[in-house]
Write a protein that binds this ligand. Structure first.
Ligand SMILES: Cc1cc2nc3c(=O)[nH]c(=O)nc-3n(C[C@H](O)[C@H](O)[C@H](O)COP(=O)(O)OP(=O)(O)OC[C@H]3O[C@@H](n4cnc5c(N)ncnc54)[C@H](O)[C@@H]3O)c2cc1C
Length: 402
């Protein structure tokens, strides 16, 4: 059998991780290409927190040590109220059974690492997909430059507004759903006394300060917003600052550094309406990353799940090189759907519930719960990280091979 041809659409965390994974696990079996619609490489979103399972997934790509060297090592998570009164703090180093650390770094650095291990001649920038049709055992792909080519597998790694998802689902429009929360992200100078990532909870608001190096911190700030309202007014710096004027601790140090709207990356939080790993009608297509399961960043699982998806797809392709791609897509679905569905629904629910604490009684109950149980994200990781997805995958592959 000759090499199978795989097209990856999108060079974000998911697409680049898949390129790295194919390079590592399927070098002799797969011939892959990436198309990225942007003309040049511009990662969105300032910083990124990587819980231990993300680092475990990067180990599968052989990139964990490089990422560890370039990241801030998170040892504790701190929750306070808006007056900076401590509600709870928890250790993060002991959460993963294999002791992977919890890290944080700039998005730019992470993308550089992923890109640095992927041959540049495999990526076409400024190129996107405009048509997909089934053609016997392949998918015929039409590109925006007028060219066409057939692939054995097309992977939609093109984010929450996935064009692959739209084109392969026979025109079915599944627009992202608003979560009723508006977010700003920024990279700022780290305050001298900020030792640990600190989540400051206000009235329908959250300001998170996350060290990412000795000098820099990543900040995430959110407010409740109308589900379908206009967000234009939120883009002004004065408007943004007014939401957090009552916050104490290091928030003032952060706000004083913001002078222009170019420092703010602002987005309404959205989710895919339905978690899907592949289209129902077209056989040789699958989705990874946000194209499959975009959700609220409550447990910082978007990046982790994207890298895990990529490794899982590559390992399935490597293990089952003789069986039809359609069957591999089914394996990916069977193995992955339940987990990503539950992470997505819990992530959306938790963040919306926390943000909706706007009256004194609910805020008191929320704070009391955090004081009793500890940070809600650490409680989630403590349970979720007990299972090593790659050990499970090895078992899954073994049982399917027998
Ligand atoms: C506010 C916020 C904070 C977050 N914080 C964290 C965090 O701390 N930790 C974490 O792990 N996750 C976090 N996430 C989630 C994380 O950012 C995403 O899950 C992750 O970036 C998904 O990567 P992706 O590659 O699937 O999608 P994307 O990053 O969206 O990349 C998709 C790529 O595809 C390209 N593309 C799109 N359409 C086409 C097309 N038609 N043709 C070709 N190319 C195309 C795009 O240009 C882009 O480069 C956060 C998300 C948000 C919204």
């Amino acid at each position: 059998m000759g090499k199978r041809k795989v097209l990856i659409v999108g060079a974000g965390i998911a697409g680049l991780s898949l390129a790295n994974a194919l390079q590592k696990y399927c070098k002799d079996q797969i011939d892959y290409r990436i198309v990225e619609r942007q003309l040049k490489f511009t990662p969105q979103g300032a910083g990124i927190a990587l819980p231990a399972n993300a680092v475990a997934a990067f180990q599968q790509l052989g990139l964990d040590q490089t990422i560890i060297q370039q990241s801030f090592h998170v040892k504790q998570i701190v929750f306070t109220d808006e007056k900076n009164t401590l509600l709870a703090q928890s250790e993060t180093d002991t959460l993963h059974p294999k002791n992977f650390p919890f890290l944080a770094l700039s998005r730019y650095k992470l993308h550089e690492i992923l890109l640095g291990h992927c041959p540049l001649d495999k990526i076409s920038f400024g190129k996107s997909v405009v048509g997909l049709t089934s053609k016997s055992e392949q998918v015929q792909v039409k590109f925006n430059d007028g060219t066409e080519e057939a692939f054995d597998l097309v992977v939609g790694a093109d984010g929450i507004r996935s064009q692959v998802r739209k084109l392969s689902d026979l025109g079915h429009e599944d627009q992202p759903l608003s979560l009723g929360i508006f977010v700003w992200r920024m990279l700022l100078k780290r305050p001298p006394k900020l030792e640990h990532p600190t989540y400051m909870l206000g009235t329908g608001t959250l300001f998170m300060l996350f060290p990412i190096s000795d000098e820099e911190m990543y900040c995430y700030a959110h407010v409740l917003s109308p589900q379908n309202g206009s967000h234009n007014e939120e883009i002004s710096v004065a408007q943004m600052k007014s939401h957090f004027a009552g916050f104490e601790g290091d928030v003032k140090f952060a706000l004083d550094q913001i002078t222009t709207s170019q420092q703010l990356m602002s987005v309404p939080l959205e989710t895919v309406p339905e978690v899907k790993t592949h289209p129902k009608m077209m056989k040789n297509i699958l989705y990874i990353g946000d194209a499959a399961h975009a959700c609220a960043p409550s447990f910082q699982q978007g990046g982790a799940m994207s890298v895990e998806d990529a490794v899982i797809v590559a390992k399935l392709l490597a293990a089952f090189e003789e069986i039809p791609i359609e069957q591999i897509v089914n394996f990916y679905d069977t193995f992955r759907l339940k987990t990503i569905h539950s992470v997505q629904s819990l992530s959306n629910l938790v963040l919306q519930k926390a943000a909706q604490a706007i009256d004194a009684q609910t805020i008191e109950a929320r704070n009391q719960k955090i004081m009793n149980d500890g940070p809600f994200n650490v409680a989630f990781w403590r349970e979720y990280l007990k299972v090593d997805v790659f050990d499970e995958l090895d078992n899954f592959i073994r049982t399917r091979m027998n």
